[in-house]
Design a protein around this ligand. Structure first.
Ligand code: ATP
Ligand code: PAF
Ligand code: BAL
Length: 294
C-alpha cells in the first residue's frame, strides 16, 4: 500500500492505472479504523480494480465545542489494517494541503434543507463541512465509485443529494452498519465510553429495534413511539438528542407514499454523542409485506 500526502502526488500515482482503464473506488474516513471501515474497503474492492482510502480528520465539520482535538488518531494501526484489507493507496493529507489559505475563505458546498435537520440541527455547519471535504476529495481522487456507511445515514443522504445535484459522475454505495454482538454500532467514538457507559450504550439500538417492531406490527402513532423511545433512552441513562421516524428517501415525516422508513437517533452518554438508525420497508406492493432491512 502506498501513502501520499499531497493531492498532486496521489493524482500522479493514480494516473497510469486510470490510463490503462482501471476503475477506482474510494473510501473516505477520519481514521481510528474498525471493522465497519474495513467492510467499506471490502465492498470497494468488489466495485473497482484500485481502492483508495483517505484518512483526514476534517476540522471544517467539527463545531467549536466538539472533539476535534481529542478525536482518536491511530495511524500505525490504521495502516496495518488497510494493508491487510487490500487497499492499494492511502491519502493522508495534512490540514494545510486541504485548507492552504485557511477554512474561512475556502469555497464551501452547501446541501440546504437536508443538512439542517436531525444531526444538522444539533451540529450547525457540520454537513457543509462534510459535503465540502467529500467534494474536494472526490475532485482529488476522481473515483468511479465511493463507499460510505449507513451508520451515518443522514451523511449518506447528503452525499447522494450533492452528487445528484452537481452531476458528479460517481456511483455512491452504502454499506450496512457493522455492530458489536450486543448491537452497538461500531464507531470510533465508542472508545470514549467508560466501562459503565459501554454497558448502557447498546440500549440505543435496542430501543430503535423495539420501535421498528412496533411499526412493523402496525402501530402508526409515530409521535407517541418517538416520545416513548426518548423516555426509554433517558431512563437507561442516555440523554436523547433526537429520535425521529422518517421517510428514508427524504428524511422528512413519513407520508402515504413512503416506501422505506428510517428511524434516526442520536443520544449522549456523558460527553460522548452516539448515533444509530434502523430501516423498515413499508412498501405495500412488496409480497412479503413489511420487512426489516437492517
Ligand atoms: N459501524 C459502521 N458500519 C459501517 N460503516 C461505518 C461504521 N462506522 C463508520 N462507518 C463509515 O465509515 C466512514 C468513515 O467514518 P468515520 O471515520 O467517521 O468513522 P466512525 O466510526 O463513524 O467515527 P465517528 O465516531 O466519528 O462517527 C463513514 O462512511 C461511516 O459511515
Ligand atoms: C465522510 C467523512 C470522511 C468526511 O470527513 C466523515 O464525515 C466520516 O468519516 O464519516
Ligand atoms: N462519521 C461522522 C463524522 C463526524 O461525526 O464528524
Amino acid at each position: 500500500m502506498k501513502t501520499y500526502s499531497t493531492a498532486a502526488s496521489l493524482r500522479a500515482a493514480l494516473s497510469s492505472g486510470k490510463r490503462a482503464g482501471k476503475t477506482v473506488a474510494f473510501v473516505p474516513t477520519m481514521g481510528n479504523l474498525h471493522d465497519g471501515h474495513l467492510r467499506l474497503v471490502q465492498r470497494a474492492k468488489q466495485h473497482a480494480d484500485i481502492v483508495v482510502v483517505s484518512i483526514f480528520v476534517n476540522p471544517l465539520q467539527f463545531g467549536a465545542n466538539e472533539d476535534l482535538s481529542s478525536y482518536p488518531r491511530t495511524l500505525a494501526a490504521d495502516k496495518e489494517k488497510l494493508f491487510a484489507a487490500g487497499a492499494q493507496f492511502l491519502f493522508l493529507p495534512h490540514v494545510n494541503e486541504i485548507y492552504p489559505e485557511g477554512m474561512d475563505s475556502h469555497s464551501k458546498i452547501a446541501v440546504p434543507e437536508l443538512s439542517d435537520r436531525h444531526c444538522g440541527a444539533s451540529r450547525p455547519g457540520h454537513f457543509t463541512g462534510v459535503a465540502t471535504i467529500v467534494a474536494k476529495l472526490f475532485n482529488i481522487v476522481q473515483p468511479d465509485t465511493a463507499v460510505f456507511g449507513e451508520k451515518d445515514f443522514q451523511q449518506l443522504s447528503v452525499i447522494r443529494k450533492m452528487v445528484r445535484d452537481l452531476c458528479m459522475p460517481i456511483n455512491i454505495v452504502g454499506v450496512a452498519t457493522a455492530r458489536s454482538e450486543d448491537g452497538l454500532a461500531l464507531s470510533s467514538r465508542n472508545g470514549y465510553l467508560n466501562a459503565e457507559q459501554r454497558e448502557i450504550a447498546p440500549v440505543l439500538h435496542r430501543v430503535l429495534q423495539e420501535t421498528r417492531e412496533a411499526i412493523a406490527c402496525g402501530y402508526d402513532s409515530y409521535s407517541k413511539l418517538e416520545q416513548h423511545a426518548k423516555i426509554s433512552l433517558n431512563k437507561a441513562g442516555l440523554e436523547s438528542d433526537y429520535f425521529t421516524i422518517c421517510d428514508a428517501s427524504t428524511l422528512r415525516p413519513v407520508t402515504a407514499d413512503t416506501e422505506e422508513v428510517v428511524i434516526l437517533a442520536a443520544a449522549k452518554l456523558g460527553s460522548t454523542r452516539l448515533i444509530d438508525n434502523v430501516t423498515l420497508n413499508v412498501n405495500p406492493s412488496a409480497d412479503w409485506g413489511m420487512l426489516a432491512t437492517n
